[in-house]
Design a protein around this ligand. Structure first.
Ligand SMILES: [Ca+2]
Ligand SMILES: [Ca+2]
Length: 371
């Protein structure tokens, strides 16, 4: 758990959520000004909004991807730790009123791995159940993100989001839909992302909707540090009659209806596990560096220059990690140190090298071991 990240030129964000209504608990989280990763960028935009007192009152919740204050998680965001690896789907109806046929587009496998635009269509009231091993833990900030395939910022098909530790007891995220219920959103109608909270499908393709387990109450029926299941349930979207579904306030959720196609309902692309606590610098300084040199004999050489390193770790994307120790100083005049990892017996896969410096910086490098 790394709660305090200090990078040069930092602004401290204290209880930002309480001030501007952001959903995330960012107390004590420090972000680098100008950080290029999406999460930090969203925070930075909110700082700007705060400074100039121009917080929009038009929408109550974050706007579409790319707009100031959006919480959308881009598929290549640095805070994505891993992706769903198991999914089952219970298909919903093309039209729940007639129940003539279920949707058929895509396969559950399309919901696995990184967001890539391949989808499985849930249909009216369809259900996707995703399994996570290792489980998801409630860390600081959003903990997972759900990717849909909306082709623009306003054709939004939504899903209820539930989590479970045991696969039996599920808790639903407290959702809000402020979309007017006076008129049904039609088959190709629009929904404003700023009126949607804690429902999957708020953002367009390749931009995930984040969810924070901190939004759910403590209870004996689940463990917020061991969430093994995420269940997504299509909202249907009809606002009248027996098939309406409701937000946490009991208000009908209005989204495009009917969608009597083989691609109807919520289209699930992917689910990402997030770890905002790992915040890396892009290239924090010209005066120091960390470089990787994999060698054919199975060793990974790491060269650091002008870095006063407190701790170095090699982390596999599945969650486990090992400490790395310096092997020798290879040139004292420019403070270069060599760190050696015996990687011969490490399993293939995607790794991150994390270097923690004594002045509280974190430097991250990605490494893929092919075999
Ligand atoms: Ca959290
Ligand atoms: Ca996909």
């Amino acid at each position: 758990m790394f709660h305090r990240v200090r990078i040069s030129n930092v602004y401290q964000v204290e209880e930002l959520s309480a001030i501007i209504g952001m959903n995330y608990r960012l107390a004590s989280l420090k972000v680098r000004v100008g950080g290029l990763f999406s999460y930090g960028k969203a925070v930075w935009w909110n700082i700007l909004l705060l400074l100039f007192g121009t917080v929009s009152t038009y929408g109550q919740y974050p706007p579409p991807a790319g707009q100031p204050g959006s919480t959308a998680i881009y598929k290549d965001s640095i805070i994505i730790e891993r992706w769903a690896t198991a999914c089952t789907v219970q298909r919903g109806w093309r039209d729940i009123r007639t129940k003539d046929d279920t949707t058929s587009f895509g396969t559950p496998a399309n919901a696995l791995g990184p967001a890539d635009g391949t989808i499985v269509s849930l249909g009216d009231s369809g259900i996707a159940l995703l399994f996570f091993d290792p489980p998801i833990s409630d860390r600081q900030g959003p903990d997972f993100a759900v990717f849909e395939n909306a082709f623009n910022d306003s054709f939004l098909e939504l899903a209820h989001v539930e989590v479970s530790s045991d696969g039996i007891h599920f808790l639903r995220f407290p959702s809000v839909s402020l979309t007017d219920t006076g008129q049904q959103v039609g088959s190709f109608g629009t929904v404003d992302a700023r009126k949607i909270h804690n429902l999957a499908g708020k953002y367009r393709v390749f931009y995930g909707t984040p969810f924070d387990l901190a939004d759910l109450p403590d209870s004996s029926i689940w463990d917020r540090y061991a969430v093994r299941y995420i269940r997504l349930i299509d909202v249907v979207g009809v606002v009248r009659g027996p098939h309406a579904t409701f937000d946490s306030r009991g208000v009908p959720i209005n989204d495009p209806f009917p969608t009597p196609y083989h691609t109807g309902g919520f289209d699930l692309d992917a689910v990402a596990v997030l770890n905002p606590e790992i915040i890396a610098t892009q290239q924090p300084s010209y005066s120091y560096s960390l470089k990787l040199y994999p060698s054919p004999n199975g060793y990974l050489h790491i060269h650091t220059q002008n870095l006063n390193i407190l701790k170095m770790m090699l982390c596999h994307t599945s969650g486990w990690s090992i400490d790395v120790h310096p092997s020798h100083i290879i040139a004292t005049e420019d403070h270069t140190t060599e760190w050696l990892v015996d990687s011969r017996y490490l399993p293939p896969g995607h790794y991150f090298i994390l270097a923690y410096t004594r002045d509280n910086q974190i430097i991250r490098r990605s490494w893929i071991k092919l075999r």
